[in-house]
Design a protein around this ligand. Structure first.
Ligand code: FES
Length: 105
């Protein structure tokens, strides 16, 4: 694993998600109450990006735009059908105004 710079803190507005490519993987970088969450930007139901979906800051979830599966941003675990498999999540940290994600090499 290696820390990879994903974005500046200011690039990710509160309660939104940004798509970034890190080490050849599409990552959904979401922000809730100043915390950053990184998930593979690929719904586990079908091959569709999660990053355009709606972030719910109260539940700390993101909803897939295609069929409405809801994923926990902290764990990647789906909260409702049609998705049944979790989405991989990655550890994040903030340093000097940038968000870093711990990515497989
Ligand atoms: S592709 Fe995400 S819920 Fe179907």
């Amino acid at each position: 694993m290696a820390w990879v710079r994903a974005a500046s803190v200011d690039e990710v507005a509160e309660a939104t998600a940004l798509d970034v490519e890190l080490n050849g993987k599409r990552i959904c970088l979401a922000r809730v109450e100043g915390e950053f969450y990184a998930l593979l930007d690929n719904c586990s139901h079908r091959d569709f990006p999660l990053s355009p979906g709606e972030v719910d800051p109260d539940e700390c979830t993101i909803t897939c735009e295609w069929h409405g599966a809801v994923f926990d941003l902290k764990t990647g675990v789906p909260q409702c059908p049609p998705a049944v498999r979790p989405v991989p999540v990655f550890v994040t940290r903030v340093e000097n105004g940038s968000v870093f994600v711990d990515m497989p090499e």
